[in-house]
Ligand binder design. Sequence first.
Ligand code: IMP
Ligand code: MG
Length: 183
Amino acid sequence: MVNKEVEKPLLTKEEISVRTGELAAQITGDYKGQDLVMVGVLKGAFIFLADLVRQVDMPVEIDFVAVSSYGTDTKSSGVVKIIKDLDIKIEGKHVLLVEDIVDTGLTLKYLSGMLQGRGPKSVEICALLSKPDARKVEIEVKYCGFDVPPLFVVGYGLDYAERYRQLPYVGVLEETEGSEDTV
Ligand code: IMP
Ligand code: MG
């Protein structure tokens, strides 16, 4: 039986907290005085978005989209399906897509293209993590927390088969043999 275990933290909660504050300050500086909708990509971005928006020092609207591009496996399927669309109208407003991680880039490429079609002033991307070596399509991440190696990471919102999202840090998942999966 193959189980999966989280190795030591790749990013500690302190590192994540400091970097989130820096990104929030940058976002505030860039958008102050303008209409900004921050759009969290569910489910992975829920913790990052929550921590980020509390440090953004200006009024913002918050909404969510849910997409599926992954099953319960660790490989990208390349298929993006909208499961929950925006409630807020974004026409004439600035949009900041907030994502947990940019891997192949397929999800955000699709999402930003779709939102561009609704007449916003701009669509930019803020991602906690980016795996530049895993990119299949070119995509500009205007606000990036950390570049990480092309390993499967979990925690701080990121899951493997819906588990590990609640970890306060980001860790690398490693396979171990001989242990029963008890959850
Ligand atoms: P992309 O379309 O390949 O860029 O994949 C984006 C989505 O895949 C992210 O929003 C995550 O939900 C998921 N993903 C990619 N890499 C990882 C990872 O290392 N851990 C957990 N989820 C990941
Ligand atoms: Mg995600």
